[in-house]
Design a protein around this ligand. Structure first.
Ligand SMILES: *[C@@H]1O[C@H](CO)[C@@H](O)[C@H](O)[C@H]1NC(C)=O
Ligand SMILES: *[C@@H]1O[C@H](CO)[C@@H](O)[C@H](O)[C@H]1NC(C)=O
Length: 129
């Protein structure tokens, strides 16, 4: 009984470590509408909506990122703005390329950013996977 419980606890810890490790940390910024036309051809407001993002080279994958989804969660302030994060995560579809100088790894739509953080913060640290 006792041993079984310990195994379960260890297993649960290992699983939570694994899921934490599979997310990557980076800076997210945002841009206001109009969101389209976007760099990904064939993606528009009708078929992709406003929960969207542009990504920088390391995620862009030469355009292979178009249509992929990212799960994004705010983890903390990236400037002097105190407590910018809202609870919970969002799922966004990649429809755009964030050209250099892109101030973040992920350039969220204003609609998406507003769900996870205070817009006045401008940029925040996020975990994404
Ligand atoms: C959106 O894209 C779809 C498929 O690519 C296309 O059929 C549709 O006409 C487009 N809608 C607008 C408003 O551009
Ligand atoms: C975010 O993307 C928009 C639209 O592509 C672009 O105009 C803007 O410069 C980008 N913002 C940053 C900080 O890179």
């Amino acid at each position: 009984m006792e041993v079984k419980l310990q195994v379960l606890v260890i297993l649960a810890m290992a699983l939570s470590l694994f899921s934490a490790a599979s997310a990557t940390s980076g800076l997210a910024v945002y841009y206001p509408p109009e969101y389209y036309p976007a760099a990904c051809a064939g993606f528009n407001l009708t078929n992709s909506g406003v929960m969207i993002a542009g990504v920088r080279d390391e995620l862009w994958d030469n355009g292979g990122a178009c249509g992929r989804t990212l799960r994004v969660r705010c983890t903390g302030p990236a400037n002097d703005f105190p407590k910018p994060c809202e609870d919970g995560d969002i799922t966004v579809k990649v429809v755009d390329y964030c050209r250099q100088p892109c101030n973040g790894v992920i350039n969220l739509s204003q609609d998406a950013f507003a769900r996870i953080a205070n817009l006045d913060a401008g940029k925040v640290w996020v975990d994404y996977s």
